[in-house]
Ligand binder design. Structure first.
Ligand SMILES: Nc1ncnc2c1ncn2[C@@H]1O[C@H](COP(=O)(O)OP(=O)(O)O)[C@@H](O)[C@H]1O
Ligand SMILES: [Mg+2]
Length: 247
């Protein structure tokens, strides 16, 4: 079953075709990485998938449903989550409280803000599970502001995960991270359950080749290659336009 399908998707900004007639499908559970030079249209493509920007033309299907004109909150409700580059945590609250708040939006007790903690047992299990998967359980009582930048990034992605998304969109998760922090993010992505489909935009080759089952290369808004990592690495056009730039 397909989690996502885009068909003939385009987005223009004045005279610029930021995304130009792009078509692809993503199977449920797939780990797709999108690469391409700066300005290739990667973030714009995410904005279209997530509904931050309307498409100029083309269609977008999420789990078989046409969501082309659906607002972002509708897509979130259907199970899309996106972790932004901006850290969006409550810095003066603990790791545990941040996780509880993130889960709060989807649990049946959400209108009873002042319930004692033990009433949250149902969510606490979920929180524990999520924080353990993120390797942040040991730090559950730490204030978020005292975490490293890498841990904050992991935490932030963790909060989008707490909402149990079906599709996770990560735009440059390695940005600003040390190599060690980046490898933490790679592990975290690898530990995600296969019920979550993951699409990642990133430049870090350890991350790209560490998690990708498939890579799409964008160039001037168009797909110039789409295939398994080995295929992409061997593709002469990709080497010339993209990987060549890295060398
Ligand atoms: N809001 C916008 N208004 C005008 N042009 C934009 C806007 N967003 C992106 N662009 C242009 O669209 C192209 C693709 O940008 P972007 O999607 O950010 O690329 P990438 O994420 O691959 O670096 C670039 O030429 C960029 O200048
Ligand atoms: Mg971008």
């Amino acid at each position: 079953m397909e989690a996502l399908r885009v068909e003939g998707l385009s987005r223009n900004f004045g005279g610029v075709s930021a995304v130009d007639n792009v078509s692809f499908g993503v199977e449920v559970g797939e780990r797709l990485v999108i690469i391409g030079p700066n300005g290739a249209g990667k973030t714009t493509l995410f904005n279209l998938i997530n509904g931050q920007l309307p498409a100029t033309s083309g269609r977008i299907y999420f789990l078989g449903k046409d969501i082309t004109t659906m607002p972002t909150h509708g897509r979130a409700h259907l199970g899309q989550a996106r972790a932004f580059q901006i850290i969006s945590l409550f810095l003066n609250l603990s790791v545990l409280d941040n996780a509880l708040l993130a889960l709060h939006g989807t649990n049946p007790y959400r209108f009873k803000l002042f319930r004692p903690m033990n009433d949250y047992e149902f969510i606490s299990d979920k929180v524990q599970e999520t924080l353990k998967a993120l390797d942040l359980w040991e730090k559950k009582d730490e204030l978020v502001k005292n975490l490293s930048y890498g841990e904050q990034r992991r935490m932030e992605i963790g909060l989008s995960l707490a909402l149990q998304p079906k599709l996770l969109l990560l735009d440059e998760p390695s940005a600003g991270l040390t190599m060690e922090e980046c490898s933490g993010i790679i592990d975290m992505i690898k530990n995600l359950g296969l019920e979550i489909t993951v699409i990642i935009v990133d430049h870090d080759m350890d991350l790209v080749f560490g998690v990708a089952e498939r890579i799409i290369v964008l160039h001037y808004g168009q797909i110039i290659a789409d295939g398994a990592p080995e295929q992409i690495q061997a593709d002469p056009r990709v080497k010339e336009i993209y990987l060549g730039i890295e060398e």
